[in-house]
Write a protein that binds this ligand. Structure first.
Ligand code: SAH
Length: 415
């Protein structure tokens, strides 16, 4: 068994059960990619069993803090089953569910989503660390065993793979169609009362942003209560927030006459968004207009300001501007910019839903960025709610980095 010995005083975070060991904390020892290593304090005290990532600054990720634990197939079967069973603790209102959320589920580097129900359901996994890469076959078997499903698609094409020295891999890992045949990769999930279609092979990440599920519902409720007339959904991807707005407006009998603009720079995503509106019964006879703009959000916001436009509701759900704390400063400027522009477009009494999914931007910093954007735009508002990732993307006490997605609901003052 290989040993990684830490420098003096560097055992504190592991002792608090934080699962990462940085290269800079290691006094001596190494291991192969994904190999299980024993981590000891400088004084030789056992701290954790961990998977080694020789290529990464996060040199090891803990599997277990229990010295008697064997890291074997049975261990992974138990971890996977426990994560899958834990989803019953949450009120999810969807058959698109994150089953494994990396560190929060004791499986650092593994992301698994289940899409759909019954026979059509499919699992999609991302293996993002050397440790889960090494145990891939065991984890795949454990996932099928815990869910009773037969099909598992791999989307290990995220940028994090490079930092681990791993190549990009995509394709069926289990349940592949017979040689020469092809299996469809599009699937429709049922989220709240909506049908949302996605493609597990070509969509972003594993195909869909399940983490925004609760905020989409909240937006539908706001639309119902406040009867938005003009809605601007920025970074709309496959149109989730637009579908939500339409459903809320329809419930309020306020859909006729509404104008909804959705903006994204991905054409396939916009096509899917348009199809998702139709799938949810949106028709010309509704008397509302839905426009999809294949454009840069920043440029679009500037143009809309120049045209003197205003909106009752604006959603800003940008991609990750700051993957780590090192990118925080530049990202902060980018967040401030789009929020400032959005504030200028917001009607008095209008609602802004603004998000950051950057791990490198804390909730506190995000709040400050949005506040200073409002100040620069000359707009005052009430921060009426804080939003976060849906509960199947859990944040655990031991791993505060798990809080990556944060959002604010800001209502512009009536002046
Ligand atoms: N709100 C969406 C998820 C948004 S993900 C949902 O509920 O599903 C972020 C989106 O931003 C992606 O679809 C990506 O294509 C888009 N994007 C990234 N940079 C962009 C830019 N500069 N302008 C417009 N869209 C952009």
């Amino acid at each position: 068994m290989k040993l990684l010995k830490l420098k003096a005083g560097k055992e504190r975070s592991l002792a608090r059960r934080h699962p990462w060991v940085f290269e800079s904390a290691i006094a001596k020892g190494s291991g192969d990619a994904g190999e299980t290593v024993r981590i000891e304090s400088h004084e030789g005290k056992f701290l954790a069993w961990a998977a080694c990532s020789p290529a990464s600054q996060i040199r090891a990720r803990a599997w277990s803090f229990d010295e008697t634990q064997r890291i074997d197939a049975a261990f992974f079967h138990a971890r996977v089953a426990s994560a899958v069973n834990a989803r019953a603790l949450f009120d999810l209102q969807s058959d698109g569910v994150r089953l494994i959320h990396g560190e929060a589920d004791g499986l650092p580097g593994l992301i698994v989503d289940r899409y759909g129900a019954g026979e059509n359901a499919v699992l999609v996994a991302q293996f993002l660390s050397a440790g889960v890469e090494r145990w891939k076959a065991v984890l795949a078997d454990a996932l099928l065993a815990a869910t009773g499903l037969t099909r598992l698609y791999e989307r290990s094409d995220a940028s994090g793979r490079e930092r681990e020295g791993l190549p990009k891999v995509t394709g069926w890992l289990r349940g592949a169609p017979p040689e020469g045949a092809s299996a469809p990769t599009d699937i429709t999930i049922r989220e709240h009362d909506w049908n949302l279609k996605l493609d597990i092979a070509t969509g972003h990440k594993t195909g869909f942003y399940l983490d925004q599920r609760d905020s989409r519902l909240r937006f539908a409720e706001l639309a119902r209560q406040r009867k938005f007339k003009r809605v601007l959904n920025c970074f709309c991807y496959t149109g989730g927030f637009t579908v939500a707005a339409i459903s809320g407006l329809r419930a309020a009998g306020a859909l006729a006459g509404a104008e909804l603009i959705s903006v994204d720079s991905s054409q396939p995503a916009l096509r899917q968004a348009e199809a998702n509106l139709a799938l949810n019964g949106f028709r010309e006879s509704d008397g509302a207009s839905a426009t999809f703009l294949d454009a840069d959000v920043n440029a679009t916001l500037r143009r809309l300001i120049d045209e003197g436009q205003h909106f009752d509701a604006i959603v800003l759900d940008p991609p990750k501007f700051a993957p780590t704390v090192a990118h925080a400063e530049r990202a902060a400027r980018a967040y401030k910019d789009i929020n400032r522009l959005a504030f200028k477009l917001l009607s008095p009494g209008g609602v802004l839903l603004t998000f950051s999914c950057s791990g490198g931007i804390s909730a506190d910093l995000f709040h400050k960025i949005v506040a200073s954007a409002g100040l620069d735009a000359g707009v005052n508002g009430y921060i009426t709610e804080r939003l976060g990732a849906a509960p199947d993307h859990p944040m655990t006490i031991e791993f505060p980095e798990g809080e990556y997605l944060k959002g604010l609901v800001v209502v512009r003052k009536l002046d």
